[in-house]
Design a protein around this ligand. Sequence first.
Ligand code: ADP
Length: 719
Amino acid sequence: MRIATVLIPLPLPEAFDYAEPEGMDLAVGEVVAAPLGPNVVRGVVTSLRDASGGNRPLRAVAGRIETPPLPRESLDFVEWAARYCVDAPGQPLAIALRGSSAPKARPERVLIPTGKVPTRPTPARERVLQAAASEALAPAALARAAGVSDGVVAALVADGALAEELREAPVAFPPPDPEHDPPRLNPSQSAALEELATMVARDAFTVALLDGVTGSGKTEVYLEAAAAVLRRDPEAQVLILLPEIALTEAVIARIAARFGAEPAAWHSGLHPTRRRRVWEAVTRGACRIVVGARSALFLPYRRLRLLVVDEEHDASYKQEEGFIYQARDLAVARAKIAQAPVILASATPSLETLWNAQSGRYQWLKLANRHGGAVLPTIELVDLRRHSPPTGRWLSPPLVDAMRETLTKGEQALLFLNRRGYAPLVLCKACGERLKAPDTESWLVEHRYTGRLVCHLTGFSMRKPDRCPYCTAKDSLVSVGPGVERVEEETKALFPAARVAVFSSDTAPGAESARELIARMTDGDIDILVATQGAAKGHNFPGLTLVGVVDADLGLRGGDLRAAERTFQLIAQVAGRAGRMARRGRALLQTWAPDHAVMRTLADHDRDAFAALELAEREAAGLPPFGRLAAIIVSGPDAQQLDRFAADLASVAPNAAGVDLFGPADAPFSLVRGRRRKRFLVRADRDVDLQGFLGAWRARVKVPGQVRLTIDVDPYSFL
Ligand code: ADP
């Protein structure tokens, strides 16, 4: 008899042993049904061994589930990710299996000629029968192919000349053709590609930073690296990770044009049947290029030979809920498991990546300029102390003048403000209270389109009341500060003839609406786009020559580890949207702190100077990338119980050299949905086994039922 270790996709501390029933002949990676308590659950066989005598009786595997097995590499990755993130291995396994249990596409109804001659043959009916003979099509598609109305097809079915049949919808992942339509690369792009081609030919784990300003052709170059991979091995699989769903459409279109075949997309917006189909095609190796969001890392690749992380600095690679992971870091680990190269592409690399490139651990490939002679925009600082907007307004006179000039020339402007809604804060001028969501320590944001006050943390929303909910004063609520809706209102008042639109997750909540707004902007149907960060990333707007950053200091205020870095990256990205084609662009940054290092280096286009300054500060403080951080967040409904638990946890922290422990302290969001929150921060020297420390610490306490303990290795959020 053999014993099968089965990992279950639930947050349980470890995998369980089961007896393999006689004759089942399981293999590692197979998906099985196994009893767990009173239930039968899905799990994956991670190892098999012969039972030695004296084993205690085990429950038996209940059965095999008909789905392709997970490749060994996927299992290794799941285990590695769990260890690295100090979480239960069932958590990443659940992500890896997400496509396997989605519903299958229902078979399609197609029409087949029966051989019966129609009672009344007409030329239209003849055409339908001919079309049906050459291809089995669904009724509507058949009518289209024959150029007739649906009625003609229906009549032939009624007549018995066509019969319905159910067919599995075909899996449409035609192989990409690396010779389909290659670009002619410029010398700097060719040089980078040559290095990448050498990496690809070595068939080994390597990391390359592809570093070039927006528009320098990073996408062109990494697609050619993918072509090189597919030339060497037509069965190879390539994964391209993107930070935003809104960007996938454009990249998919470019891949389709380059390789003559659409890649598979993978993201949260995918229809479940599509999800199942992509998952199965990836395990079978039938799908060669996958373009996806972070969870695409966990797909069961058979033959992953290249990974690309585009916009590698983007903070949305960090998954903050459920299984907490940084997809860029995990992509590097996944590449190592596959013994394949990984390309990290960015115009503003993360300091971690930049430092790895500087110290020679990563290959550093630099693209010189924008392709085709387009030049970077000028960046000017507008000192708000000298050029303050009129009271209750947010656009300074120099920015308004620049907008007017731009509109006169028939060009487009983008106003960037990373704040959804109308006003970030509503307060009562009678009693001074700030409006908050119930049971949550976070301000309500006013949204004028919907007339509601919304908590961006929990999603709670309410109609804006006439009276202050605290002191009941009437008409006393005032909106404080600007969001994109308020800037839109001001813009419309200043330029009544201009076509103004807002791009945020409220106006473009899905891929479809985002694409539509982007298309309108690209086609010149919008004069002024007021946008949050969704529009700052990756899009090419040919007529856009002016970018106004409404509040350049906004991101600096939180003061967390990456505040300066993120502000620099975001503003450099947004400014880079101006003047991408033939026309020179300009960007105006409204700031109260024009002497701040971030503002000065932005205005000088001096990314390297910014990085050097910031790295020096991090080194002095022993912060990443020179040291390592982890956060522990504990939460619970009962403040006293939570305080007690946090104190207990603090008292059993292991003593370790090179580790500093801060906390427990109330989290900045100290109350969310009725749960109190407290945080610890761990700082460790680079040579400390941080995961080992955290694991040992957690093992020393028993977490009470109502309390939740979350470990966040390399935190991005400090809230
Ligand atoms: P990045 O990814 O660095 O922002 P892209 O690859 O998107 O740059 O290139 C910017 C624009 O320039 C795109 O429209 C792209 O098609 C075009 N481009 C870049 N390199 C070339 C090339 N060698 N030949 C033709 N067009 C190019």
